[in-house]
Design a protein around this ligand. Structure first.
Ligand code: FUC
Ligand code: CA
Length: 203
């Protein structure tokens, strides 16, 4: 089965399998296996320094947006999540921070459509890690209605400075969204890395 033939009534795992059976087998298996096996928690510049030279972080330096910006002497701009620094200390000025919004959100524009293998997210390390509990990752092309995009999964490890890796099963999109659903909350996160490739998107 080729990538083009796949789709229609299949689960994400089945679609990923179908894709892997095609011409992208080596790339996909390499990428997803590497992302799954390697778990790094360093305070180095990249959240996953082990991946340097193997896969490109598609999010770094791309345009970013968020529901609001928290008023504080340190400014938690949306771009702080793609500045290439995985430092989890708020006072290192490399984290985003929204107001206490109902369903706060953040997203990055990758500039083109990619099949997304995984999204890596660095939690704040100096306090308040639990605020990220249940934050949802979506990937797709609809900025008007983020929740209509493909839902990859939730953040579950909210320990201080945690690194959560969420698989998006190769689903395609230009935008990656992080949303805290169903409650009023501050959204702060210190880095978001997006790994994926062009060539075998699944819709
Ligand atoms: C701590 C938190 C605040 C805010 C600030 C930047 O003081 O208690 O809610 O996140 O850091
Ligand atoms: Ca950062």
């Amino acid at each position: 089965m080729t990538c083009q033939e796949s789709g229609g009534g299949k689960s994400p795992r089945e679609l990923a399998k179908a894709c892997n059976e095609g011409r992208m087998v080596k790339l996909w298996v390499g990428l997803l296996t590497t992302l799954t096996i390697l778990v790094g928690h360093g305070e180095a510049s990249a959240c996953k320094p082990e991946l340097d030279g193997y896969v490109q972080n598609l999010a770094q330096g791309r345009p970013t947006f968020q529901s609001s910006v928290y008023s504080h002497p340190i400014v938690g701009l949306a771009s702080n999540a793609v500045d290439g620094s995985c430092n989890g200390d708020w006072y290192a000025k490399s984290c985003i921070h929204t107001n206490n919004d109902l369903e706060p959100w953040w997203y990055v524009d990758l500039g083109d459509r990619y099949g997304i293998g995984a999204v890596v997210m660095k939690n704040r390390g100096d306090c308040c890690g639990e605020r990220l509990d249940g934050a949802q990752v979506y990937v797709g092309n609809d900025i008007a209605d983020p929740k209509s995009n493909f839902y990859c999964g939730p953040i579950t490890d909210t320990s201080l400075g945690s690194v959560n890796t969420i698989s998006c099963y190769g689903y395609e999109g230009q935008y990656v969204f992080i949303i805290i659903p169903g409650r009023q909350e501050y959204l702060h996160i210190c880095e978001v890395e997006v790994f994926g490739i062009k060539g075998c998107p699944m819709r």
